[in-house]
Ligand binder design. Sequence first.
Ligand SMILES: [Zn+2]
Length: 686
Amino acid sequence: MACALLAGARAAKSEQEKSRPQRQPVTAERYEIEVSFQPEKSFLHARAGVTLRADPSLEAIAFELNPHLQILEVTDGQGRKLEFKRSGRLGSPKLSVRLAEPVGTRRAITLTFSYEGTLPVRSLDYITKDGILLRDESRWYPAVDLAAFTQNEFHIGIPSRWRAITSGAPVSSVGSGLGATYNWKTWQPVSSRSIVALPDEQQRCVPEPLKKDGYSEIQRGSACFIGPQQDSGMRLAARVHELLDRYKDLFGPYRHSETLVVAGFPGQRGAIGYSAPGFLVVSEDAVKFFDYPGYAPEFLPHEIAHQWFPIEVTLASQEDGWLAESLAEYLAWRYLEETDPEQARRMAARAMRDALAPEPLPPLGLGLRLFALENWEVTHATLYQRGLLVWRTLETVIDRERVDLALREYYRRYAGRSASIADFRKICEEISGRELGWFFDYFLSGTRIPEIEFRRTPAMAPNEVAGEIILHNVPPDFQVRVEMRLETTAGPIEHSVATRGEVTAFTATSKNPVTRIALDPDLRILRWTEAARRNRSQRALLAAAGGFESKDELVRATDACQKALALDQENLARNEQQIRFELGRLYYRMKEYAHASQQFAGVLELGSLDPMGTDFHRAWARVYRARIEKLRGHPAAARAEAQAGLAKRSPALETQVALPEAGGHATTAAAELRALTQEEEIPRRR
Ligand SMILES: [Zn+2]
């Protein structure tokens, strides 16, 4: 795709895709694990005892364990070696352990697995010389349910001067020659067995630890940062502390005495996060840029929301993902609405546009299964963006105060357990006194999207405005509150109408003539908007545009870009900057430098709904403008362009991209701009 709307300007991603139980009459209650790591070899050796409660008639138990780990032995509580069988399917983590005898009346049994192996390094699960992260999803321990609530006692062996962290509380650490062992223990069941470790770094906490008789004591409720970037890390810890307080007030108590924020994902760019009970692993960029205006502002409030949902109230099934990712995104939006309304507005506007881009729209009720079924773009548009909009729409059905009450009750009732969307629906119904099946059926199971229209009808009185609000694509029991803004010659009047079914008549009064009526001006309801429609048509057009290779392809792509621009002359979808950027690249490729320059000048003037995307395209427009000046034999002008580009110190300058015309190798706008400022000096030296 030469003229595409999928440029690599994305600033952030976050993951919390914990998959869910195989249904079997077994629950894990306790883990006692000794694990030792050889980071430079990506190797681990472990002995894991798991205590299970099982159905008395059970003769074999199904587990999952990463297929790269070789099982040396499985024994039961009496020390008997048990037969086990790995799944015959390549790459499958499944295995079955045959018990020496049925569980019988004992109910609780303990099996001990010895295993070892080299795990391939992945972006979210890795054992490397720069750090270790093993999420539950890595299946580094034998599991019957990756989100089970268990009591754990871990002994983690790592090189000396490293530090290991897991859920619970550190009991002790022992150094022995070249290695160290960190001992951790939980005081109440936790829903994860993830481990993170890193070459030892300082720790700083907010609030400051209390000094007591020569030692310092970390205060309860602290947020502590562990990692190399101590200054921004400290500011980030302060923000985490603030968010924890906020969510405590909203939902109820947080069960961990402190929250550790740990530097992880070495060498990876962008804002990446992983939340586990009592700790959060963040990438270098997420620390470095966290308070840069417009850089992934939803990232931290989203990650910290996970400490409540789904870490304390886990999901009953993958299909309940709306109660995890969508909810965290909604809570992040709520936080921004209070602290940075402009970012909140952009976040909602982006969601309203992009949530409806996938064609066809997958049901939101697929939940976490979307991660496996769709690419990241579609999953993000659906589970994160559309999911957020469904939460906001729920506010227009039962109102925000009741949404907050429902979440509080949901947490009170289910903390330490799993729950489903049906459980949450029941709470909403209790609190609102209304039957809400239609809402969940329509927005979570279905894929229809409402469209709201307004028809003015003759008024009965001189000061009256009368009309009908018409909702398309909705069932008869559909009810929302639609806000209206009546623009009058004496200023706007806010009005709201509770609709029922397809057509709802309304009247409002205004002393002054009404010049314009805006329906749902703050985009509170998930619905089709003109921006979403135009965005969808533009994408379809550009996706069909073809390649970047032959002259024919370039001409076709240019044509597609021009048509896409013509589809949205008012720039309602806010895609113009990106399309002009692609158009500029195409002209540049065709050596039509005057046309290219003109497009890049437009890119410098225009903005988008994503501040990092805006900066990214402006920076690259400077790169091309400098290249064009150079080709025209104007080295001073080229240098001036490059310097103007570098003057904006946005994180977007560090976004890695591989553009085909640059030989496809990964580079950043900053690197290209720096090279362009330096090239200038070569002729001068001669
Ligand atoms: Zn998440």
